[in-house]
Unconditional design. Structure first.
Length: 557
C-alpha cells in the first residue's frame, strides 16, 4: 500500500520546475517547511447569509490549529451556501437544492486543482452537509465532514422555541389566533445566535445520518454550535484528518451499502427529515452503490421511532446532546438489531465499537428505550400508486393520520397555495396539490414550510393533507407527501389532476391514488402541454436541463 502522505501535493509542489507554485504560496505566508508537510484542504461553507454557517470561521481556525499540531499544513477555501429558512416561500428557495450540486462541485474542483493530500469539510445549513459528503466521495482522499452544530433554542413565554414556531405563528396570526405583538416577540427570540435549525430538521437529520454512517467522527455533530466544547471538537477533527492520512483511510472504505443503511436507520429512529431520501440517494450514486427509494421504507419499517424531537416531538437537538447524543442513537440501533456494527468510521473504530461506549444521562426521556418507542416503526414512509408511480415520501414521526381521503385543490405554484391558506379558502378534508415545483419544473424543488406551517398555524394540520412534487422542510409536520414522482413538468400523473378529484392517502397500504380510470388519465395527459421554462439561461436553466428525478436523488451528475 502506498501510504506516502504527500502523494498528491508532491505533484504540484516538489522539484525545481514547481518553483513558481511554491513562490506563489510563499506570497500568502507559507514557509519552505510548511510546503514539505502534507497539504490539507479545509473546505469551509462559512457565509454571512444565515446563522447556520455564520460561526464556521471560528471553527475552521480551530480545525487548522489541529492540523498544524498533527504535522500538516492547512489551506482553507470557501464555497457557497443558501439559507433554506430565509429564502423559504420565495423564488429564492428554488436555489437551495441547486446549491447542493455547486457545493459539491466547488469542493471537488479546488481539491483536484490544488492536489490536496486530504480534506476536511465544514458544513452547517442543510445542503452544505450532503454537498460536502458528495464531494468527499468523489475525491476519495483521506477526509471527513465536520458539522457546525445546532443553534440554541429560543425562549418564548417560558418554553423553548425554534424557527418552526415562527413559521407556524404566521398561520396563527392570519387566523386571528395570535397577535402581531406576540409574533414580534417570538421573531426577536427564536434564533438566539449562530447554529443550524434546532429541531430534527434537515441539518440535524443529515448530521445524525453522516455520523452514524461514519464520515463524521462520533461525538462531534450533536455538540451545539456555541457550546464551549465545540472548539475542542474542531481541533480534534483537524488532528483526525492527519490520522486518516497516515492510515490511508478513505471514503470508499467508509461509505458502503451497509453504512448507508445505518444512516437511513438513524433518520428513521429520530423521525428525521424527508430530505434525507434525496441526499442519501445522491451519496450512494456518487459511490456507485445500489440504493433505491424503496430501501428507505424497508429499513424504516423495521426501525422503531425512539427520539422525541421536534417537529413531531417535544425536544430540540441540544436536548439530545445532553441525553447521550448520536452515540446513544447508535447504541439503540445496535440493541434493536438494526445497525450493521462492523462498518468502519473515520475514528478508525467500527460503528458498533463506537456505539458500545454510549453513556446515557439518567432520567432522560429524549431518546426513549426500545421497550417504550414513540412508534413501533420509523418515521419515513414511501408511497406509490397511480399518482406516484416512482414513489413519494411521507414523514410519520408524530401522530399523523394513517388514512385520508378528500377532494383536490390544485395549485401550479407554492405562492398560490399559500395565498389560499391565508385567505381561508382551504377547508377541513381538502387535499392541497402543489405541482410544477419539482427538480425540473421549479426548477430546484422548493421546500414548502411556508405553506405547511401556515396550515398548522391555521388549525388545519389534523384535517388537511398535501401532496407536491416539491420538497418539505425538516420542520414540516402533518400528512404531507413530497417528492411525488414523476413530477408534473415531465408529464407525471400529478399534472392531470383537477379541482375536486378524490385523492386517497393510505399509509398502511403504501398508496397514494386518485379515483380516475386509466382512460381518463390518458385523456387528460394527452391534452397536457409542456410549460414554458421559468428560466431560459443561467444556473437555474442549466440545472433544469440536467437534473434527474427526485426518486433518483435529483442529481445533475
Amino acid at each position: 500500500m502506498d501510504c506516502d502522505p504527500r502523494k498528491q501535493s508532491r505533484i504540484i509542489l516538489d522539484g525545481p520546475d514547481r518553483a513558481p507554485a511554491r513562490a506563489m504560496l510563499k506570497g500568502i505566508g507559507l514557509s519552505n517547511e510548511d510546503l514539505t508537510k502534507p497539504i490539507i484542504g479545509v473546505a469551509n461553507t462559512w457565509i454571512e447569509t444565515m446563522p447556520c454557517n455564520y460561526h464556521l470561521r471560528r471553527l475552521s481556525a480551530k480545525v487548522k490549529e489541529g492540523i498544524r499540531a498533527a504535522g500538516g499544513t492547512p489551506i482553507e477555501y470557501n464555497t457557497i451556501a443558501i439559507s433554506d429558512g430565509i429564502t423559504m416561500g420565495t423564488e429564492g428557495m428554488k436555489t437551495s437544492l441547486i446549491s447542493r450540486e455547486i457545493v459539491a462541485d466547488s469542493i471537488e474542483l479546488v481539491a483536484r486543482g490544488h492536489f490536496f493530500d486530504g480534506v476536511i469539510a465544514l458544513s452547517g445549513c442543510d445542503k452544505t452537509i450532503p454537498g460536502a459528503v458528495m464531494a468527499l466521495a468523489r475525491l476519495n482522499l483521506p477526509s471527513l465532514m465536520l458539522y457546525g452544530g445546532s443553534i440554541a433554542p429560543g425562549q418564548f413565554k417560558g418554553h423553548d422555541v425554534t424557527i418552526q414556531d415562527v413559521f407556524e405563528a404566521v398561520g396563527s396570526v392570519a387566523k386571528g389566533k395570535m397577535s402581531m405583538d406576540d409574533l414580534a416577540v417570538l421573531e426577536d427570540n427564536a434564533c438566539p445566535g449562530p447554529g443550524a435549525c434546532g429541531g430534527q430538521f434537515t441539518a440535524n437529520t443529515m448530521a445524525t445520518a453522516f455520523e452514524v454512517l461514519g464520515i463524521s467522527y462520533m461525538g462531534s455533530g450533536d455538540v451545539p454550535a456555541m457550546d464551549a466544547e465545540k472548539d475542542q471538537v474542531a481541533f480534534d477533527a483537524g488532528k483526525l484528518v492527519m490520522t486518516l492520512l497516515k492510515n490511508d483511510l478513505r471514503p470508499d472504505q467508509i461509505i458502503t451499502r451497509e453504512s448507508i443503511e445505518n444512516a437511513i436507520a438513524a433518520v428513521a429512529v429520530t423521525g428525521g427529515s424527508t430530505n434525507a431520501v434525496l441526499h442519501l440517494l445522491a451519496v450512494a450514486r456518487e459511490m456507485d452503490i445500489p440504493l433505491n427509494i424503496d430501501d428507505f421504507d424497508r429499513i424504516s419499517e423495521k426501525t422503531p421511532l425512539l427520539a422525541d424531537l421536534k417537529p413531531g416531538g417535544k425536544y430540540v437537538a441540544s436536548d439530545m446532546h445532553r441525553a447521550g447524543g448520536i452515540r446513544l442513537i447508535a447504541k439503540r440501533l445496535l440493541d434493536a438489531g438494526v445497525l450493521h456494527p462492523n462498518v468502519m468510521t473515520v475514528s478508525g473504530k467500527t460503528i458498533g465499537a463506537e456505539a458500545e461506549t454510549a453513556k446515557e444521562t439518567p432520567g432522560q426521556d429524549v431518546i426513549r428505550p426500545l421497550s417504550n418507542p414513540k412508534k413501533a416503526t420509523g418515521g419515513l414512509v414511501i408511497l406509490k400508486g397511480n399518482l406516484a408511480p416512482e414513489g413519494c415520501v411521507i414523514k410519520v414521526a408524530g401522530h399523523e393520520r394513517m388514512y385520508h381521503q378528500g377532494p383536490a385543490k390544485v395549485f401550479n405554484c407554492e405562492e398560490d397555495a399559500f395565498a389560499a391558506v391565508q385567505s381561508n379558502s382551504i377547508e377541513a378534508g381538502d387535499v392541497i396539490v402543489i405541482r410544477y415545483e419539482g427538480p425540473k419544473g421549479g426548477p430546484g424543488m422548493r421546500e414548502m414550510l411556508g405553506v405547511t406551517a401556515a396550515i398548522v398555524g391555521a388549525g388545519l394540520g389534523d384535517s388537511v393533507a398535501l401532496m407536491t412534487d416539491g420538497r418539505f422542510s425538516g420542520a414540516t409536520r402533518g400528512l404531507m407527501a413530497g417528492h411525488v414522482s414523476p413530477e408534473a413538468a415531465v408529464r407525471g400523473p400529478i399534472a392531470a389532476l383537477k379541482d375536486g378529484d378524490l385523492i386517497t392517502f393510505d399509509i398502511d397500504k403504501r398508496n397514494l391514488s386518485v379515483a380516475l380510470s386509466d382512460a381518463e388519465f390518458q385523456a387528460r395527459l394527452s391534452e397536457w402541454k409542456e410549460p414554458i421554462p421559468r428560466y431560459k439561461s443561467g444556473v437555474m436553466a442549466k440545472y433544469a436541463r440536467h437534473v434527474s428525478s427526485a426518486s433518483e436523488g435529483a442529481m445533475t451528475s
